[in-house]
Design a protein around this ligand. Structure first.
Ligand SMILES: [Zn+2]
Length: 248
């Protein structure tokens, strides 16, 4: 299984080749020229004949549509040898700070799991962090994907990926879902405990500052709903397995 912990797993059932990945030379950056939600719908449409392994949203979402053992249909002849990240935005945009972090996390994960070197490359036969237009006609001739401003950000993504590799052990994984739904109960008693504390710390880390007191009160529930809205999950304030995973 080659699914990235920390990415929201949103598998598609069409537009990819099961078991078609021959090797992983590196990670290729793309720009969606569209939104994360629109891209998600498009990849589920059989007519698209297109997909990507990963996708980032401008506010920091990270989704995985295709297992990296399988071939996504993103960059023509480069498909079976590279894994791909589609990034939300318009042509000419820079990646946001949150997108740089997500791309660095994917690269660091690909380094651990697929031995991708933490270096930049502009060579379709090279290895490391690449970008779509480097493949020329054989990769579909997308000369403006992802554009010069994002290509200039590759260096920063590599710096951040190196920091992740230096700072955390190889077995760094998000904690397993505690197996019970964390939710706000009206009146007393509130839910309380170590699971709630871990969730509050995750919410804070995800950008929704929450007091880590171990009590699942109104503020924790409100911040959970904000996270769910950002991640396009059902907005119910209840921490099921998908919401839990989206927190890390
Ligand atoms: Zn592209």
């Amino acid at each position: 299984m080659a699914r990235m912990p920390g990415a929201t797993w949103m598998p598609i059932t069409v537009n990819y080749t099961l078991g078609g990945q021959r090797e992983v030379r590196g990670v290729v950056l793309h720009i969606m020229a569209g939104t994360l939600g629109g891209t998600d719908s498009w990849f589920r449409n059989r007519q698209a004949q297109a997909s990507s392994h990963f996708g980032t949203g401008r506010s920091g979402q990270l989704r995985q549509w295709v297992d990296t053992r399988d071939k996504a249909w993103t960059q023509g002849d480069g498909n079976s040898r590279w894994i791909s990240i589609e990034n939300e935005g318009r042509g000419g945009d820079e990646l946001t700070d949150a997108q740089l972090d997500r791309c660095a996390e994917v690269l660091a994960w690909a380094h651990r799991v697929h031995d991708v070197p933490l270096q930049s490359t502009s060579d379709p036969n090279g290895r490391g962090l690449g970008h779509h237009s480097m493949g020329g006609q054989a990769w579909g001739g997308h000369t403006s994907c992802p554009g010069p401003r994002i290509i200039a950000q590759k260096r920063e993504i590599i710096v951040r990926a190196k920091r992740i590799i230096a700072g955390t052990p190889d077995d760094d994984q998000p904690p397993a879902w505690p197996g019970r739904l964390l939710k706000y109960l009206t009146g007393r008693p509130m839910m309380h405990g170590a699971d709630v504390r871990a969730w509050q710390a995750a919410l804070t880390q995800a950008g929704f500052k929450t007091m880590v007191d171990g009590w699942y009160g109104k503020t924790t529930a409100a911040n959970t709903r904000k996270l769910q809205r950002r991640e396009d999950l059902a907005v119910d304030g209840i921490v099921g397995p998908n919401t839990w995973r989206a927190g890390w």
